[in-house]
Ligand binder design. Sequence first.
Ligand SMILES: Nc1ncnc2c1ncn2[C@@H]1O[C@H](COP(=O)(O)OP(=O)(O)O)[C@@H](O)[C@H]1O
Ligand SMILES: O=P(O)(O)O[C@H]1O[C@H](CO)[C@@H](O[C@H]2O[C@H](CO)[C@@H](O)[C@H](O)[C@H]2O)[C@H](O)[C@H]1O
Length: 478
Amino acid sequence: MTDIDPALWEDYLVRTRWFAAKGRPFRVTTSRVLAEMAGGDGRPVVSIHLVSVAYDDDEGGGETYQVPLSAYPETQERLAHAHVGLAHSERGTLHLYDAVHDADAMALWLDAFVDAEDGGVAEVGGLRFHRVPNGGALDPALRSSPMTGEQSNSSARFDDTAIMKLFRKVTRGVNPDVEIHDELTRGGSEHIAALYGWVEATIDGEVVQLAMLQEFLRTAADGFELATGSIRTLLADPEQELVGSGGDFAGEAARLGAALADVHAMLRSRFPAERRGADAATALAETMSARLERVLLTAPELEPYAERLRALYGSVAQAGGLDVQRIHGDLHLGQTLRTAHGWRIVDFEGEPGRPIAERALPDSPWRDVAGMLRSFDYAVGVVAMAAAGSSDDDDARRTDLARQWAERARTHFVEAYVDALLGDADGDDRPDSDGATRRLLLDAYVADKAVYEVLYEKRNRPAWVSIPLAAVAEVAGT
Ligand SMILES: Nc1ncnc2c1ncn2[C@@H]1O[C@H](COP(=O)(O)OP(=O)(O)O)[C@@H](O)[C@H]1O
Ligand SMILES: O=P(O)(O)O[C@H]1O[C@H](CO)[C@@H](O[C@H]2O[C@H](CO)[C@@H](O)[C@H](O)[C@H]2O)[C@H](O)[C@H]1O
């Protein structure tokens, strides 16, 4: 494959969901072909490109993205929606498509995983395909289809058997999603999708992990869809009482809280975890304050709440200590799936905006708990936004019911989490489980997440900024 014109990459990147730079000025600095998998038998040649971008704004910085392309000498009507552009090679003009959408291309990944066999490794075109011992059996006849949800990465499922997530932002070293899934799979966690394998390569002597293969959860329903569905059910009949109605989410929220506590307990036992001293609380407060000051530059609408938030973070600095362990790091309802066998948590990659090395550091589990609390609030906010404009006499009652829904979901989630935490076999009182510290940390993490979301929404879904802004106003007590 010959080099691809930077203008083609720039035009393509802004059309994708996974490109993080929405609205920021950027340029493609380099692109290179990392690996190439030969086609044949009606399959395309697939080349895996690494495309680096630099940002031309005050924030600066840059990222490298993985872009696998399938190349055909003729245009492919079936892939029109995934067309990337044209390239010129010694083989003539090639029509390039996003390989994740191309079942004939994804078959090359599947074949390589099949060749790796249980617990083994296969090398194909510069990539290493690893299979975990006792992972699922893989049939080479499985057919892939791309997942269609809003994603930071790109996934394709192989029928009902497995799902492969291709990491879009590429960083050197172990990917936290692979690392955590590997440990939790070995530990036999019931609340994740088991890891089947992963793909990696070596660049300048360092490992980069490019994709992850997991159990496909056939009966899964997205947690955020379930929550918004439950609110819609509730509001459809504003006469009804929440408790005991079909729209009450308290039971699901409690089961989710217990599932998170179980995952946290296993993470505590399989990764470093410790009680840190006063310095850790001060450092946490500084990190939260630094985020606030950074986001204020782009979101001046946060200014009226800034003083109160600084005071809240100031109290965190006085907390005296902090229990830390490996956590999820970007937990929200969209990272949870309700299956016939209970809740599962997915996507342990951490917060997409943070450097990968930072995401693997031990952190407070209350960050995850707060992430879920924010998500209950989002579910209510999204339903309210969809209903805006259509007003009737029951509006006040609906607002009240939605508020009750969020309150019950929050309370049941946290109570079940804390109950499971305190009932943990180790019997000690970690992490930060005294009530006052917990409430302080939860408030601060909720505020910090809402501040993060203000920036996230401004860049990705400007119409949604009002949801986290309202949360900031609430936590700032204004
Ligand atoms: N093991 C799985 N089985 C079924 N669906 C899954 C599985 N893992 C993820 N999904 C679906 O794919 C979506 C995106 O997965 P996720 O890991 O969150 O990707 P990203 O890192 O791109 O955000 C999830 O919200 C879920 O709907
Ligand atoms: O799932 P990702 O790792 O890509 O997380 C990013 O995108 C999320 C949106 O898809 C974003 O989550 C925010 O919106 C959700 C509703 O769509 C809501 O449930 C979350 O509470 C809210 O934070 C997440 O913040 C971002 O990192």
